[in-house]
Structure formats: C-alpha cells, structure tokens
Design a protein around this ligand. Structure first.
Ligand code: ZN
Length: 409
C-alpha cells in the first residue's frame, strides 16, 4: 500500500513534469517564427559586458589576447565570434593592498597601462572608449571597444585629485569597495563594517563622481552602503556584476528585491553576474562544502592554498564530487526576475568572465557564448527591442545620463 502510494505519487509527478515539458514545447512551436536569429542580433547590436577581468588575468599570467589564447575566457577571436563589442576591462585592485598600506594607485596605473598596451598592439582590432559616442564610433568601424571600470576605489587614496587623474585615464565606473571594507565603503564580504555604510569621504566621492562623469558601481558593497549611495548619488547608478538575491538567500553580494526596485526607480541598471556561485544556491552550497574541506586539509597539513598539495586535493575532491554547475536557464531566471520586478530597462550583462575561475555555467563558458544567451531570451519570448536593451541599450542610457550630468555641473 505504502509502496503503491509512493509509486502513484511518483507517476503523478512524472505526468505533471511531462505535461510541463509538452506545454513548453507546444508554446515554442506555436510561437511566431523568430524573424531574426540570435547570430544576427549579436552582430546587429552593440554587445556590452560590464565586467571582464582581463587585466588582472594578464597581470598574473600574461597572454596575448589579440590572438587565440589557450586559457581564460576572453580573447579576440572568441569575442568576435560571440559578437562582443564593448567589454569593460576591470581594473581590479586587491583589497589587501590598501589594508596593508600598499600603493593601490600605482597598481591601477599599471593595469590601465596594460589595457592601453592591448590596444596599441592591435589597433585594427581594439580601441579605447572614453564615451558612449566612442563606443558607437568604434562599433561602426568593426573595432572592439575596451572601456574601463575600476573594481575597488582604493586607488583614489582619499584624494579627489586621483578621481580626476583616473577619469583622464579612461576610468568610467568605480566599484566603491571589494572584498574588504575600505576608506570609501563597507564591503558585503567583510564582517568588519566600521562605517556602517559609506564613510564620510565615500559620500564626498560619490558626489564628485557624479560631477566628474564616473558611474557609481554598487556591486560588492554592503547593503547599508548601497542605501547611502542611493541617498547620495544624483545620477542613476549601476551594479556592474551582481545577480538577484532571491535565488541565493543570505548572499549579500547579490541584490535583494527592494534594492533592485530602488536602483531601477533611480534609473539604474543591474548587470547580471553569470558565475554559478552567483546564480545558483546549489552551486553556492556545494562550493561551501568544498571550501570547508579544503580549509581543514590546509590547516591539518599546514599548507598554503596555492601549494601543489592543495591543487591535487582539489583534483581528487572534484573527481569524487563533481561541481554542480549552473546552466543558461539559471542565468535567464535572474534576467526574468529583474524584468518582472523592475522592467526591461534595468538589466544588462556583467558576466565576470576571467573573474570567477572555472565556475561559469554550462552554455556560457566564455565570450563566444553571448548568442546562447540571446537564443535563451528569444525562447523565453523577449522581443528584439527588449534584447537590444539588455545587450547595451540600458548601459548606454545610464552612461549617457552620467555624461550629460557631468557636462552640466
Ligand atoms: Zn567582483
């Protein structure tokens, strides 16, 4: 009796699942045929990605990204085949540099040099882009723009003259803090939150960024700091690479529904991070179990994280416990959620390619895969005009508003 009841329950679920699948496929078959393919969309519109960690990848392990590279998520041939036109190069500054009294400003200058070097070595493929007009102009010439965003405001070093300096060098957004609270803002990853939001200087900096024409990026900062930014900024702000906390409860690095609504009400945009541990709770939990096992192993054997022993530990651990990667559908759920919550004008792409290691979802493994994302959006009923907003329309709107505000102030 008990068994048969279980069986009939399983059968009911199986039938329901089948019906769900059939409904889905019927819907797709009955939808009007798409008049435009994902490949066509990927070349017709500017594709911007707000967060690609190429400079620090090259800093750690140099590769010539103007040609195909063996490692990493980004190189010219893959970017071209994915239709990528404006990847923001992340000028990523490790939080430990400020925390240990090091020179973050010098590191930022060096990383900007490295982006300029890419452009100088292949001016027929890449171009710098300091403005929305330059992105459009480069696109019309078939060049990939390399605009720049600074991940961690540490290089400002408490001196607004550095903001002007980095603006002049092409920085067009600043993520106020990274993994540790800094002299500008508390961090979502740091238990120590001395400012309870933005610091006094942080508030001054946000206003100065408005006046200078640098977008304010709320990714990585604490919730209280986010609300301080919203109360301070006179222009729409961005989250350059964050996802929706609804799917990852308790993960402060993502944005909750209220924050997304407030960001949108101010005209801002959340650019969705693709990393499995940003979009899937299963991936987050699995990673946490692995991390605990790794920490225990390192401690028990008095080893460092980058030791050969740690690497072979990871290899055998992953053989026994394969990582549950997120997939394209998980990522699409985040886009859907933001659209439902705030509308189509407030979401974009902030993949974190070259920044989240090998945790990228199935179907979105590198910069050649934007057409898969477009395909997924088409299948979920997004129109060509909607997709164009996600690919770059929303970014261009905010960036232009920031440019206009700066020009008038
Ligand atoms: Zn980041």
């Amino acid at each position: 009796m008990k068994d048969s009841k279980t069986k009939s329950t399983i059968l009911t679920f199986a039938v329901m699942a089948l019906m769900a699948c059939q409904n889905n496929s019927v819907k797709t078959e009955n939808s009007p045929p798409q008049s435009i393919s994902s490949a066509e969309i990927s070349t017709k519109y500017i594709i911007a990605d707000l967060h690609v960690d190429v400079p620090y990848r090259l800093e750690e392990n140099y590769a010539d990204v103007t040609v195909a590279t063996e490692d990493g998520d980004f190189d010219y041939p893959r970017a071209k085949s994915g239709g990528l036109d404006a990847p923001f190069m992340s000028i990523y500054i490790p939080a430990e540099i400020e925390a240990t009294g090091g020179d973050s400003t010098a590191v930022a200058n060096k990383l900007i040099d490295s982006v300029e070097a890419i452009v100088n070595s292949a001016p027929n493929k890449f171009a710098l882009a300091y403005s929305t007009d330059q992105v459009k102009d480069n696109f019309s010439k078939g060049l990939i723009s390399l605009p720049m965003g600074m991940e961690n405001g540490a290089p400002i070093a408490g001196d607004l003259r550095n903001l002007k300096h980095f603006y002049d060098r092409g920085i067009r957004y600043i993520t106020l803090s990274h993994s540790l609270s800094n002299h500008i803002s508390d961090s979502s990853y740091d238990e120590a939150r001395p400012a309870k939001g933005l610091t006094k200087f942080g508030k001054k900096l946000v206003t100065a960024m408005n006046i200078t024409g640098v977008m304010v990026d709320v990714s990585h900062i604490s919730d209280l700091a986010f609300y301080d930014v919203m109360a301070t900024s006179q222009t729409p702000v961005i989250a350059s690479h964050s996802s929706a906390r609804k799917f990852t409860p308790g993960f402060e690095r993502n944005m909750d529904d209220n924050m997304i609504k407030l960001l949108a009400a101010n005209g801002g945009v959340i650019f969705i991070n693709f990393g499995s541990t940003f979009v899937s709770q299963t991936s987050i939990e699995s990673y946490a179990v692995y991390k605990a096992a790794m920490d225990q192993f390192l401690q028990a054997n008095n080893l460092k994280e980058d030791s050969d022993e740690a690497k072979s530990f990871t290899e055998s651990y992953r053989k026994a416990n394969p990582f549950p990667f997120a997939d394209l559908n998980d990522v699409l759920d985040h886009f859907d959620h933001v659209v439902k919550l705030a509308g189509i004008d407030h979401v974009g792409i902030g993949s974190d390619y070259d920044g989240v290691g090998d945790s990228l979802p199935t179907g979105l493994k590198d910069v050649s895969t934007y057409p898969n994302l477009i395909d997924g959006l088409l299948n979920r009923g997004y129109s060509e005009a909607d997709i164009a907003k996600i690919l770059s329309g929303n970014l261009m709107r905010v960036w232009q508003q920031v440019e206009v505000f700066a020009a008038n102030n």
